[in-house]
Design a protein around this ligand. Sequence first.
Ligand code: FSO
Ligand code: SF4
Length: 543
Amino acid sequence: MFCYQCEQTAKNEACVKLGVCGKQPDVAALQDLLTHALKGLSQVAVEGRKVGVSDREVNVFTCEALFTTLTNVNFDPEDIARFIQKTVEMREKLKARVKAAGGFVDFAQGPATLQPATSVAEMVRQGEAVGFDKDPEPNQDIRSLKHTAIFGLRGVAAYADHAQILGQEDEAVYAGLQEILADTVRLDLALNDWVGRVLRVGEINIRAMELLDAANTGTYGHPVPTKVPLGHRKGKAILVSGHDLKDLEELLKQTQGKGITVYTHGEMLPCHGYPGLKKYEHFYGHYGTAWQNQAKEFAAFPGAILMTTNCLQKPQESYKDNIFTSGVVGWPGVCHVDRWDFSPVIQRALELPGFSEDTNGAHVMVGFARNTVLGVADKVIEAVKGGAIRHFFLVAGCDGAKPGRNYYTRFVELVPQDCVVLTLACGKFRFFDKDLGTIGGLPRLMDVGQCNDAYSAVQIALALSKAFNVGVNELPLSLVLSWYEQKAVAILLSLLYLGIKNIRLGPSLPAFISPNVLQVLVQNFDIKPISTPEEDLKAILGS
Ligand code: FSO
Ligand code: SF4
């Protein structure tokens, strides 16, 4: 196997024997074959658009299938094999439509002609021949950019899929995604063509995130500041992890009046801020921290657990019967529930003991997404102009198991009293329960939401730049980001597309970025690897 798509990749080079995430070589090969097959489907989709054919089912499926290849989503070879078969079936049907409309479909070779083997074992062998390490592209830097584009597109696909589930779609997102995926088959594009395409992934991602923002706020309202207990209530319990709001809503509806309390885990924490979700009385608190601590936290949870999207880790025997997957998530032998029938999850929660007593403990605040923050824009502007707020830091991104991630905790601890910290995504669990106090009535620590809400943070930055009449790079705002998986890659590309400079990125730089590509990023965008919190703060604030 050869997989280097995430931050925890072995030796910061590639996982070649077994994924650090627990991915087995067969699944890695099948995901490579699925990506290859999706390139072929995309080639046909691109030809189709030239003659006015676009198939919604194909478009939706492309995103769903790519979503399965993200880190920590699907570890089940049978699932991935089914996706490969379906990709090819859809491709052949689409070919017939495109041909009937007078389009080109006579591909002589390559992914658009792939015939998957009938057995999973044979498919694994086919996948081994088309992995990222077998890319026929001879130029190392072009290869690096191509792979960056593919990983970014995996992130775009995840956002587009989330948005689609709540009824928000845009043909332009599907078209852009398929065009670039199809282009990765070409060997005639130059380095600059690929720089352009990588930034285009960032552009497409902004639209995908905008759709998701519209989907979430349109369905559940704008998040409002909300106090979330970190303790629990006596009684039966279900824990929801992942990122999917619709799954949570359906589960809340189906558990109403059943004496079950529903808790969030990981990236579901910001869900407590949505009026359309917080209205459920049995939707109570937050349990646990970020994804990488799940083995310990899930083992101690006395109820059923639902994993709606990434980030799933190998379920331990002690809770294997209590955990359920939905949507594109899968683990061999773990019960997968069909959307949206959560009766197996509810039944298991009723069988399990639940919490034996109430706890009264700490709480955290959520709900500082764009509507809340921009609702107090006057206050913010006044505080900056009057000198009460010196600087904003967006300390955001993923969490992970590496010790280097302590940087982010320390950084937030060291941020001076006259500065505000905005945060989003699961990296916040390094400091989310710290009481940083207030400035001029505003909390010094504001949780904008999930990684899926990065659009909200971008909107806050753009609105502030408008209010101060300066470019985003001139604002008293610094981005200190942590990355882990491919949604973070997509977000990073969006920030670059917007021309945002001076991003500090850690805990390590992506293994798929070649030295020359890194040089381009440093030269054009002043991207900096994180150093120490002390040094970085000094460099940013000048004191
Ligand atoms: Fe974290 Fe995982 Fe949300 Fe990522 S939960 S690491 S960017 O997948 O998705 O923030
Ligand atoms: Fe390794 Fe990350 Fe790939 Fe898993 S997703 S196999 S940890 S590079």
